[in-house]
Design a protein around this ligand. Structure first.
Ligand SMILES: Cc1cc2nc3c(=O)[nH]c(=O)nc-3n(C[C@H](O)[C@H](O)[C@H](O)COP(=O)(O)OP(=O)(O)OC[C@H]3O[C@@H](n4cnc5c(N)ncnc54)[C@H](O)[C@@H]3O)c2cc1C
Ligand SMILES: NC(=O)c1ccc[n+]([C@@H]2O[C@H](COP(=O)([O-])OP(=O)(O)OC[C@H]3O[C@@H](n4cnc5c(N)ncnc54)[C@H](O)[C@@H]3O)[C@@H](O)[C@H]2O)c1
Length: 483
């Protein structure tokens, strides 16, 4: 007889949703969390702290107002690391409080300790003080997340060489920063620090970056980064990172060039937090990055009553998708057959400027051989953009020429991560260009960009070819007789 209907390992976005969904179905639930507070990477070192830091930087630097008042405009001079941390600490406290409340009012029991499997239904939890408790679970959701990938050749030292969890606790703002890895984390931090006037060099071994984003949007983004003095070194394999006599990191690139800076951030992916789960005891094997394979639809591992959700199962590794996976896993575990998730989910990159994307890129549409047309709107063409002093920002929409259906929306610029949801709704409801042509949008808004981009596409590919208006009688009479 099990002690709990469900034991969840980890209280990040996937664990939290799994636990509360099961509790709402009337199940007894225990969540094991090894960190001293609930919330996971998302609350403590990932999504929320990095987005709070971004918000603080944009506010204190006056970034959003610079289009009007000029590049030298600042709300606060001499911004310090402490300025950035204060707001982060408050947001964190609030998030943890809300989470604890959610767990308690849904009667989800939390145990602060590290969980490991003793057998397919047996979980051992070791508390910080060494106390050990054992429980039997009818079902288990592994929601243990990931930690930064830290290769041995990088001299992490907590002073000048950081991973993406540590950078949040930086004590002094550097004058220069090297970021290794132009993935989402690297790009977000590179641009956040650049907005603080830190001289940033972004080093990426591959010849391109953020390849899941439409190329035209990346071109626009790169143009913006260069304009803000971010130096981008693509195709630059890192040979070594050493510290010079002053303790400054020196990043040697295979081409022979090197970059020296006050601080270096290594952001080249994450690995599943699975080594200490004793998965061997239940017959689950992970891949080389510690990720657990699951059935994409049910989220079951090879052991049917053990589920895995969130970053530990790999792509797309977002808080947004992790939450849904946790909920779906709990639904399946207790006999609710959830509908298949919508075909497209949005991706938000909180760089400065932000990027958001949903559906197919132009490259993907081309590859699939779908006849298509694009429409583009520039935020500076919208009245809301004028009011906000926006000098940049664009939206690109892609439509099928055959079915008129919306295939993708790609945005770079202010508000991109909010605006994208209009496109997401139309896309997943299989809407066409006619939705945007026939509907009126609030004015002045940035959402007007949808109207502008659709009109652009309509003019190119969908407007009916009108017969020319009849000529006046005398002009008609002057025409040469038909042969
Ligand atoms: C810098 C950064 C910025 C990000 N920004 C965004 C963003 O803007 N938007 C977005 O959607 N996503 C973002 N993400 C991704 C997002 O944070 C993750 O997708 C999300 O946190 C994954 O949730 P999870 O539930 O899988 O696990 P996690 O949030 O990683 O939580 C796992 C929890 O499990 C606990 N745990 C692990 N092992 C055990 C064990 N054996 N016993 C008990 N507890 C255990 C850990 O302590 C942790 O609390 C960002 C990530 C990073 C690193
Ligand atoms: N806004 C968001 O939604 C958001 C923000 C941050 C992180 N995340 C999630 O967190 C996860 C991890 O992000 P990430 O940016 O660390 O990982 P990533 O895997 O997306 O990117 C890593 C980058 O580092 C490069 N790289 C890999 N190995 C390297 C090496 N040895 N030396 C130098 N460069 C190397 C890769 O080519 C890649 O460009 C992502 O899957 C992402 O979805 C999401």
């Amino acid at each position: 007889m099990a002690d709990y209907d469900l034991i969840v390992i980890g209280s990040g976005p996937s664990g939290r949703r799994a636990a509360i969904q099961a509790a709402k179905l009337g199940k007894s639930v225990l969540v094991a969390e090894k960190h001293r507070q609930v919330g996971g990477v998302s609350v403590h070192t990932g999504t929320i702290p990095s987005k709070t830091m971004r918000e603080t930087v944009l506010n204190l630097t006056g970034w959003r107002e610079r289009g009007f008042y000029g590049r030298s405009y600042r709300v606060k001079k001499d911004i310090s690391a402490a300025d950035l941390l204060t707001r982060g600490a408050k947001t964190l406290e609030y998030e943890v409080d809300v989470l604890e409340h959610q767990f308690s009012r849904n009667h989800v029991q939390i145990v602060a300790g590290e969980a490991r499997f003793l057998g397919p239904h047996d979980i051992e939890i070791t508390r910080d003080d060494g106390d050990v408790e054992r429980h039997k679970a009818a079902r288990v959701v592994i929601a243990c997340g990931t930690r930064p990938f830290r290769p041995a050749y990088i001299p992490f030292n907590d002073k000048s060489v950081f991973d993406s969890d540590e950078i949040l606790a930086i004590e002094r703002l550097p004058r220069s920063l090297t970021v290794i890895g132009a993935g989402v984390i690297g790009v977000e931090y590179a641009t956040i620090f650049s907005a603080l006037d830190v001289a940033v060099t972004l080093v990426e071994p591959r010849a391109s970056f953020l390849d899941f984003v439409d190329k035209e949007v990346i071109e626009e983004f790169v143009h913006e980064l260069r304009d803000h003095n971010v130096s981008i070194r693509l195709g630059s394999e890192v040979k070594s990172v050493t510290l010079d006599a002053a303790g400054r990191p020196v990043c040697e690139i295979a081409s022979g060039r090197s970059v020296t800076s006050d601080v270096l951030l290594f952001a080249a992916g994450r690995v599943g937090e699975t080594e200490r789960l004793n998965l061997g005891a239940v017959g689950i094997t992970c891949d080389h990055r510690g990720r657990i394979p699951v059935d994409a639809k049910t989220l079951q591992t090879v052991v049917p009553h053990i589920y895995a959700a969130g970053d530990v199962i790999g792509f797309p590794s977002l808080a947004s998708t992790s939450m849904e996976q946790g909920r779906l896993a709990a639904c399946h575990a207790f006999g609710l057959e959830p509908p298949a998730p919508p075909e497209f989910f949005p991706y938000g990159i909180y760089s400065v400027p932000e990027i958001s994307t949903v559906g197919m890129t132009e490259e993907e549409v081309l590859k699939r051989g779908i006849p298509y047309e694009c429409g583009v709107a520039r935020f500076r063409e919208t009245s809301r953009g004028h009011i906000m002093g926006l000098k940049s920002g664009m939206m690109k929409m892609i439509f099928s020429k055959k079915t008129r259906r919306l295939l993708g929306v790609h945005i770079v610029g202010e508000g991109a991560t909010e605006l994208i949801h209009i496109g997401q709704a139309v896309l997943n409801l299989k809407g066409t260009i006619d939705y945007f042509m026939d509907n009126t949008f609030n004015y002045p808004t940035l959402a007007e960009a949808y109207k502008i981009a659709s009109l652009d596409a309509w003019n190119r590919a969908f407007a009916p070819v009108a017969a020319p208006p009849p000529l006046p009688a005398e002009a008609e009479a002057a025409l040469p007789a038909a042969q």
